[in-house]
Write a protein that binds this ligand. Sequence first.
Ligand code: ZN
Length: 474
Amino acid sequence: MATLEFLGAAGEVTGSCYLVRVAGRQLLVDCGMIQGRAVDEARNRAPFPFDPAEIDAVILSHAHLDHSGRLPLLVKRGFKGPIYAHEATRDLCRIMLQDAAYINEKETEWENKKRRRKGLTLHEPLYGSADALRAVQQFRPLPFGSRKELFPEITLQLQDAGHILGSSIVELWLREGTLERKVVFSGDLGHLDAPVMRNPTRVAEADLVVMESTYGDRIHRSWEETWQEMAEILAIATERGGNVLIPSFAVGRTQDLLYSFAHHFREWGMRNWSIFLDSPLAIEATEVYSRHPDLYDAQARKLFSGGRKPFSPPNLHISRSAEQSMAINRIHSGAIIIAGSGMCDGGRIKHHFKHNIWRRECHVVIVGFQAAGTLGRRLVDGARHIRLWGETVKVAAQIHTLGGFSAHADHDGLLGWYDSFSGRPALVLTHGEENARQQLAVSLRQSMGIEAMLPERGQTLNLDTLSMSRTQGS
Ligand code: ZN
């Protein structure tokens, strides 16, 4: 019996992982890291609910760690097969998985120092850079729109999902005996008309669609309004004479920002500013973006072919080393500083907070999702003081939240993408907090009369009957 098992991102956003079993083959779609509270992250260490050595192949939708982050662990625990993904996904994974391994090794070392003093047994890092390197060597790049027979029973095609560079919609044709099924995984779907990325590819045919629902309960602010807001913030900041700090994720959001600054250079008065990209990971990711102009939308391609560099506005300063980063501290006015981490819990942005956030003339612009419990969320919620390395620091800078910068489709984008399929195929909603996917399910029922399935982690779908059952044996 052919089945699809939901091993992650079912009723939550992170840890994407699906197991397809067909004609004796076992295939994983994504193998992501679980991110969030410590109790959730502890699940990353648990044994996989399958034998990694028996997985025939992995298909990776895109490079974000909540989709790719456990691939080195899978390799460490015995997976030797190919990992199919777009070439840009491989290039981004090469830097992101190395970075994840490095952070993991550092954190474990720090943790073990404390454990040693307490006389506790020492922890092993989840995986190391050697595992990350081996995982990257197992990648087999596949262009968009080209069908590949992985096995006689399984054919694969990737299509542009428009979320980040290389992000893919996964189309699978599965055969077992007389059964033939086409299953389409949306991956993370892009935000319509977002900078640089093309819109998500519309797919017409499927027997079963597995669709993300991250913003299933939300309508994004329009791009025009978002650009207007950014222009206003920069105008006020120019007048007041402070710095502008932008906490940003290294892959996707940073490139959107750089592109917007280059594109709106004149109308936003960018000549008045020095832009600092203060994140080695974001610098490397931007280099990968620069190498793939074939994947940009028409507007970005035009800018690129006109001889301009879409991610290098003329006043951009690249800051790789710790010394270069610390030199920015001496600037009191006229700097736009883009640094990680995106939710302000670590990285260089905290150092810039220490030097700027207590000054009335400065601005913090929040351009990404801030999870509950993070420093970024406390700022969004209006904290008047924050703690930085044990010190209490006053928040006097103006905090702005630009909600329109999302890299995910909103409620209407998701409904529209599903609506392109002919004949209303069976639908499963994943990759969303419970509230978001419930609301999307209500909309789908009301506007299209479709009853979406909302699996929990560990549930299995029978690909013959296209109905959900409990985990096998229960
Ligand atoms: Zn993503």
